[in-house]
Design a protein around this ligand. Sequence first.
Ligand SMILES: [Zn+2]
Length: 158
Amino acid sequence: MARRPNGRAVKKHRSYTVDEAARTLNVTKGTVRRWMKDGDLPALTDQRPTLILGHDLIAFLDGRRRDRKTCQLHQAYCFRCRAPGDPAYGEVEIKLDTNGAGMMEALCATCTTVMHKRVSASRLPELQAKVKVTIKQAPARIGESAQPCPIGHFKKAR
Ligand SMILES: [Zn+2]
């Protein structure tokens, strides 16, 4: 059972009651009502039953996903704010490994939590155009293979 509401199950050209939308997305009716109440999900509330247009529902789910996950190049996801965070003071630090892959570290401008994300070295000039970048070259470690998994890398770094 999928935990994340799946917008792909929604049909663009049909309309949904709260109950149908909840069942289609595998969420509770309360969740759907909250989406409507918070004002982000448009619904035809001047009629009974209240109807949600499939096309509005898809746009809402897309928007939510984008807001929550997508960072611009100079931003990183802040786990505390649960949103993309701007680097505090417009400064980031990049640790480059020997493969030319970089790990960006910055403080969230909102809550100063440390944020990390992977940045390819080829995008550094683009990044430097937006924020002040301090580059730290990781010392070459002989005999140690590259760690391809970002999760593994993250655990290891802690
Ligand atoms: Zn934050």
